[in-house]
Ligand binder design. Sequence first.
Ligand SMILES: Nc1nc2c(ncn2[C@@H]2O[C@H](COP(=O)(O)OP(=O)(O)O)[C@@H](O)[C@H]2O)c(=O)[nH]1
Ligand SMILES: [Mg+2]
Length: 323
Amino acid sequence: MLIDEVKIRIKAGDGGKGAIAFNKNMMSLGPAGGSGGKGGNIWFEGTSDIGALNQFRFKKEVMAENGQDGRGQFVDGKDGRDTVLLVPVGTVIRETETGKEKEITKIGERVLVAKGGRGGKGNFLFRSPKRTSPKIAQPGKPGESLDLELTLKMISDVGLVGLPNAGKTSLLNELTRAGGRVGNYAFTTIEPNLGVYYGLIISDIPGLIEGASAGKGLGMKFLRHIERTNVIFHLISAESENPVSDYKTIKTELEKYNKKLIKKKEFVFLTKSDLAAKNEVEKKMEDLKKNGIKAVAISIHDIDAIGGVKKMLDQIIKDKTAA
Ligand SMILES: Nc1nc2c(ncn2[C@@H]2O[C@H](COP(=O)(O)OP(=O)(O)O)[C@@H](O)[C@H]2O)c(=O)[nH]1
Ligand SMILES: [Mg+2]
């Protein structure tokens, strides 16, 4: 099952100790202790992999590498390696203690969450004309350690909604390389999928059925993810006996959950048009139109239709960059 809420503890690397050492070369006696390396930082980076929080199912503690201690003969300790944790875009990172929140909103965006400690100075750096043989060195600073609550509130530019079997996952797979599971039965997708179309994040929101907003099926869990979708693609199967009522069922659930959801910009598609006779598709389109629903008939097997959908996405990208 998809993990979308998890508590973890992170600890950045400690800085290494500075060394107290003296030159072994009799010709040039003097302090030669190297400094400690810096501890590794912990970063969070956005990915389109919606299941990325699953990495914390059993691993609740993450540490970055410590800096190495300084050594004699001016050898500084190596810095600890940074740790980069990939989390789905839309992950809110909340520090339990302070309540401070950071959010990852873009794919590839990196946020520094825990800083590694700096390394301690070795005694070589404490030398001065007055103090030619310092017997002091600094300890390293400990790395930051934090308790975090990670919550995924999916962000997407385009959210695909519709009853089970409407062809949401198929369309997502056609437009992107999401690779979601497709099947000819309800609830093939029990988890939302994300795909990326030229930087545009498209999500496939499963499980919406009548009663979803009241907790029926799995829909409730996913409805909150639609809150942060900019544009809605509403899919209705051309195989449906009554596309208008399918459309209304979904709209009602969206509205019951949150009125704002039905104010979002929406495009309606009559999908799987290759599965219905031409006159039947026309009749269903006519019905939709009579009810004030402007739809476009598409099929994943129709290159032109998919090209049309891609054009709409291109326009959404343009609008987004203009804004
Ligand atoms: N012939 C045809 N079948 C489709 C089309 N789109 C989806 N399907 C099939 O319809 C079924 C349900 O599709 P799926 O994408 O899983 O629907 P979802 O439940 O809305 O995600 C699968 O068997 C798909 O292969 C289409 O345009 N034409
Ligand atoms: Mg699906």
